[in-house]
Design a protein around this ligand. Structure first.
Ligand SMILES: CCCCCCCCCCCCCCC/C=C/C(=O)SCCNC(=O)CCNC(=O)[C@H](O)C(C)(C)COP(=O)(O)OP(=O)(O)OC[C@H]1O[C@@H](n2cnc3c(N)ncnc32)[C@H](O)[C@@H]1OP(=O)(O)O
Ligand SMILES: Cc1cc2nc3c(=O)[nH]c(=O)nc-3n(C[C@H](O)[C@H](O)[C@H](O)COP(=O)(O)OP(=O)(O)OC[C@H]3O[C@@H](n4cnc5c(N)ncnc54)[C@H](O)[C@@H]3O)c2cc1C
Length: 593
């Protein structure tokens, strides 16, 4: 028995995540922040000695930690966080303090009731000088009693839009002392005498956020693929109305409008999946580079992860809602699973950086590239942004028969991203020449800056999709995925048609051509739609949906589901005669008088 394998190796990240996911569902659990943010912070921000101490215990779940950064008053603008960590060289401790109500940490997942440790972001003061927000690893609760330690006030922030299985919390420090070595010291350090040693790059402290932003892309793919699975399966069961009079009621999936509602979500889900894999690899590579002292890829990773996070979460939110509406009345029932999936997915539009703010971060990067282009510089062999330096064709060519591997469609996306980026850059420069300072000019251009990011991210998603499908060697699989690729690309063309038509790059005829290619793709996808979603192999317990059941027994299970509602435990509710019954009885008596 000594050598019998354990059912789950809790120190194995993949095993743990899979186990948690299937046992605790998709709306979060007490270990979420521990696994997704605290451990990545230890891995990337703790020095060797700290890792040796903290990592095995964290992996073994000897404590549960969260990531406490956001405050009641500030989430986006990290420079204005108010929690302070003031170094006291006499005792070699930091004093953590929450000086105002607005400095109360607010939102950290699993802080409310589960965690006994936290990565706390606080303004670091030493030798009388503030060095900005830095992470500290702080014990919050007693390891035996689980009661808050002295000087710490902590609790749950109450019910939310969704994810109510996560205990998001609040936290205040009243001059709480913590050892010098509780500061994460891989990058920045405070020496025992209080001298501050700066990091090689001052945003390396933010790596846990970069990790989650990258992970969110695959997360959004998951949500979209799950909800399109529900919508496709249900639409293949639901019969309503006739296409040919007298020929009998059709499956609603046969309606072109239904396909146009659902299939693009399926295609986007796949596109996000492929780009999600790409960005995760880029993250791992960049973290390895940082370990080897090379920080050159940090800005590229930051820019791409912010843009992808914002675009994929926004499109997932819109797509999930389309899937819900595609399921008619039953889509509005909790039995559909949509309320759960929607409320979880839309949280990602906000957490890890509000989407507009993230779009603007990517735009900062694009503006630097535009500046280099306007200065006549050459590209720097960066696969993601080099296209911005090149001159594309002067006219759109999407309707040319020789569009091998969609080069002409990709060039259209590139054209729009290039034009939008350079135009907004020129406007920024012009406004400054007219006397606006940079920040004011930036705000005057903010909507256009966001458009530049969206166009750039669209280009990246499309190129990745094309390249990944091109690699597939199994021709039967490739052909099905090519139909989804066709739909994806032409759907995106129509989504950004205003931008392509605005400068006369694309003609009205070409826009019509794109629409024709969409309708053609819908027709090709229809016969394979159910097999495509079945191939994702989601388990029913992941879908949480009566409508999306693999066996298709929707109606009989919908009735069972309704009958199992707590309201149906008795035919007459116990308080019926006290209120509604009494009201009706009294009304009847009055009308008799
Ligand atoms: C299977 C089911 C699916 C589930 C789906 C999802 C899967 C994923 C897991 C889900 C987990 C769910 C749990 C959710 C937990 C949520 C946690 C949180 O929300 S934690 C808190 C997150 N908070 C934020 O994101 C705050 C947003 N704000 C910022 O990041 C920054 O303040 C800012 C980027 C807006 C601005 O940075 P700042 O330094 O304050 O100022 P500047 O604008 O002047 O920037 C200076 C300079 O630095 C660059 N920069 C900024 N950040 C980074 C970075 N991370 N890396 C590299 N560089 C960075 C910035 O671009 C500027 O560059 P410059 O050269 O000057 O242009
Ligand atoms: C479900 C959930 C889980 C979370 N989990 C955690 C956690 O575990 N740990 C943690 O520390 N935090 C967590 N958070 C907090 C989250 O990271 C922040 O709420 C998020 O970063 C947004 O910041 P904010 O709330 O300050 O929004 P605000 O910045 O106040 O946003 C309000 C509006 O102002 C706009 N805005 C703000 N600044 C700018 C700007 N510079 N330019 C243009 N527009 C701007 C925004 O676009 C938005 O429209 C969580 C939040 C949620 C919803």
């Amino acid at each position: 028995m000594e050598h019998a394998p354990k059912a789950i190796d809790v120190t194995n990240d993949v095993e743990m995540r899979t186990f948690n996911f299937f046992t605790m569902g998709i709306d979060g659990h007490p270990l979420g922040l521990h696994l997704d943010m605290a451990i990545p912070t230890i891995l990337n921000n703790a020095d060797e000695e700290q890792q040796k101490d903290w990592l095995p215990k964290a992996a073994n779940r000897e404590f549960i930690a969260t990531y406490a950064q956001t405050e009641m008053g500030h989430g986006t603008n990290l420079k204005k966080l108010e929690t302070t960590a003031t170094y006291d060289p006499k005792t070699q401790e930091f004093v953590l303090n929450s000086p105002t109500i607005t400095s109360t940490k607010w939102w950290p997942g699993n802080l409310g009731k589960s965690s006994n440790y936290a990565v706390v972001m606080a303004q670091l003061y030493t030798q009388g000088k503030c060095h900005g927000a830095h992470p500290f690893f702080v014990q919050l609760r007693d390891l035996n009693t689980h009661k808050p330690l002295k000087g710490i006030t902590v609790g749950d922030i109450g019910p939310k839009f969704g994810m109510n299985t996560v205990d998001n919390g609040f936290l205040q420090f009243d001059h709480v002392r913590t050892p010098r070595r509780s500061m994460f010291m891989k990058h920045a350090k405070v020496l025992p005498d209080g001298r501050y040693v700066p990091p090689v790059h001052d945003k390396l402290n933010y790596s846990a956020m970069v990790f989650i932003r990258a992970a969110i892309v695959s997360g959004m793919a998951y949500h979209l693929l799950v909800t399109s699975t529900i919508a496709v399966r249900y639409s293949a069961i639901r019969r309503q109305g006739e296409i040919t009079p007298g020929a009998g009621e059709v499956k609603v999936l046969d309606y072109q409008t239904q396909q146009h509602r659902i299939f693009p979500q399926l295609a986007r889900g796949l596109a996000f999946r492929l780009s999600g894999q790409y960005i995760m690899k880029l993250y791992t590579q960049t973290m390895d580079d940082i370990r080897n002292g090379d920080i050159s890829a940090v800005p590229d990773l930051h820019a791409l992860s912010c843009g992808l996070k914002a675009v994929t979460t926004h499109h997932a939110a819109l797509g999930l809602e389309q899937c819900r509406m595609a399921c008619g009345g039953h889509g509005y029932s909790q039995a559909s699973g949509f309320p759960l999936h929607y409320s979880v997915a839309v949280g990602a539009c906000t957490y890890e950086g509000e989407n507009m703010v993230m779009l603007l971060q990517t735009a900062r990067h694009l503006m630097k590239i535009a500046k280099a282009i306007r200065a006549g510089q050459s590209p720097k062999s960066n696969k993601i942004v080099d296209y911005l330096f090149h001159k594309g064709p002067p006219k759109c060519l999407i309707d040319q028969a020789y569009d091998t591997n969609y080069r002409n469609v990709l060039e259209s996306f590139e054209h729009l991203a290039r034009r939008q980026t350079l135009e907004v850059y020129d406007k920024l420069v012009q406004l400054q020449q007219q006397g606006r300072n940079y920040e004011q000019a930036w705000n005057d251009c903010a909507v256009e800056l966001c458009k530049a990011t969206r166009a750039h991210v669209r280009t990246f998603l499309a190129r990745t999709f094309v390249e990944e499908i091109d690699k597939i060697s199994d021709l039967s699989i490739k052909s099905v995925l090519q139909d989804l690729l066709q739909l994806y690309l032409y759907y995106e063309v129509t989504e950004c048609a205003t931008g392509l038509l605005e400068d006369g790059f694309m003609t009205g005829q070409q826009h019509k051509y794109a629409k024709k290619k969409i309708y053609e793709a819908l027709e090709k996808i229809r016969p394979n739609a159910v097999s495509i979603v079945d191939s994702f192999d989601f388990q029913d317990r992941e879908l949480h949906s009566v409508l999306g059941r693999r066996d298709g027994n929707v109606y009989e299970n919908l009735l069972k589901w309704a009958q199992s509602s707590p309201l149906n435990k008795t035919d007459v509710l116990p308080f019926h005669h006290k209120y509604l019954g009494k009201m009706m009885e009294e009304a009847r008596q009055r009308s008799k008088i």
